[in-house]
Design a protein around this ligand. Structure first.
Ligand code: PMP
Length: 363
């Protein structure tokens, strides 16, 4: 019989292909804008594209199972050893490694109320209990999360900035959390959006100094690097933890194209800074407009923004008819909100105009 966890676990519902949406709404696919998954509107780095082209003729060979060069370059950029780094098929897979290594029946996993959807999915899949701590101003209430720790708590997930809310925990709260989290709890600091921050709390020194055996940092190539389609994320931690996680990793989880693309992307500082600039300007544009229009939104530190629109699902449907795809938040228990990823200046303007149109139709 099936794993009992599967009886209550829903199948993850991804968005539909752009071409399908285009067909349904009667627009050419090129007229659809997708601002739904916090992707990079500028696309991948041109250097990464060229590097990926170059490896295509070697696709008859298995990838390097240890991603030697990519790990080496990442370690160099981060100022850590290669033994501090593990690569995943998206950082989603790193979360799954944590599940294999730490979770099971009787284990508590502490998350925040509006957390990244995959944390509770993985915890439930492995039979663990999800302890969801009420949010504070839509973000993490880190002191309350610390208080929620019990002897059977094994993992705590904190995304900073957080998805789907874009909130950022204060430096003071993060430092407190790191200092106070007990040794029996693995603290996963999910830094998927860290590169968008002008002044991030830098936790890498803790890794370099070997100070925190129960700290795992998680990052991804899906956001600022514009390589979501490659599926590549990484974890940074003490070698003992990395070795444990390596035991549950499939040998060829990082394909050859991803290794080549990521290696080149890491060296393309110009693409990163353009992306950062586009994002800062786009966020400012959207948030300024929301403020002027009197629409409630959650000030964001990431590459998306949560805005309150009334009936989120209806607004999502109506926007889609105009060729604008955003993310309705009903699945996150925020049915009155939609999440809009920052696009190019042109995409942001079109999204805002469409949203105004859709919301005025309601009155
Ligand atoms: N963590 C957070 C907070 C995210 O928002 C995402 C992607 N939406 C991920 C992890 C997973 O990213 P990926 O698997 O593409 O690396």
């Amino acid at each position: 019989s099936l794993n009992p966890a599967l009886q209550t676990l829903p199948v993850y519902q991804p968005g539909r292909p752009i071409e399908e949406v285009a067909r349904e709404v009667g627009l050419p696919a090129s007229d659809i804008i997708k601002l739904a998954s916090n992707e990079n509107p500028l696309g991948p780095s041109p250097a990464a594209l060229a590097a990926m082209q170059r490896v295509l003729s070697n696709l008859h060979l298995y990838p390097d199972g240890n991603a030697f060069y990519l790990k080496q370059k990442l370690a160099e950029k981060l100022g850590v050893e290669t033994g501090n780094v593990i690569l995943g098929n998206g950082s989603n897979e790193i979360i799954e490694f944590v599940g294999h290594a730490m979770m099971g029946p009787g284990v508590d996993v502490v998350v925040s109320q509006y957390c990244f959807a995959i944390y509770p999915i993985m915890a439930k899949l492995f039979g663990a209990n999800v302890i969801s701590v009420p949010a504070r101003d839509y973000g993490h209430d880190l002191p309350a999360m610390l208080k929620a720790i019990k002897p059977n708590t094994r993992v705590m997930f904190v995304a900073n900035p957080n998805n789907p809310t874009g909130t950022l925990a204060s430096r003071e709260d993060v430092v407190n959390l790191i200092n106070q989290v007990p040794d029996h709890v693995l603290l996963v600091m999910d830094e998927a959006y860290i590169e968008f921050l002008p002044e991030p709390v830098d936790l890498l020194p803790l890794i370099r100094r070997g100070q925190k055996p129960n700290l795992l940092l998680m990052r991804t190539f899906s956001k600022i690097f514009g390589l979501a389609g490659l599926r590549l994320g990484y974890g940074i931690a003490q070698p003992e933890l990395i070795t444990a996680l390596e035991k549950v990793r499939q040998p060829f989880n990082i394909n050859s194209i991803a290794q080549a693309g990521a290696l080149a992307a890491l060296d393309d500082a110009e693409h990163m800074s353009k992306t950062r600039q586009n994002n800062a300007q786009g966020l400012q544009f959207l948030e300024h407009a929301f403020r002027q229009l009197g629409w409630e939104f959650v000030p964001s530190s990431a590459n998306f923004v949560l805005v309150k629109v009334g009936e989120g699902q209806r607004v999502f449907n109506d926007l889609q008819k105009l060729g604008v795809i955003v993310r309705p938040m009903g699945g996150y228990q925020l049915p009155e909100w939609i999440r809009i990823s920052v696009g190019t200046a042109q995409e942001n303007s079109r999204c805002l105009a469409s949203l105004k149109q859709v919301l005025s139709q309601k009155c």
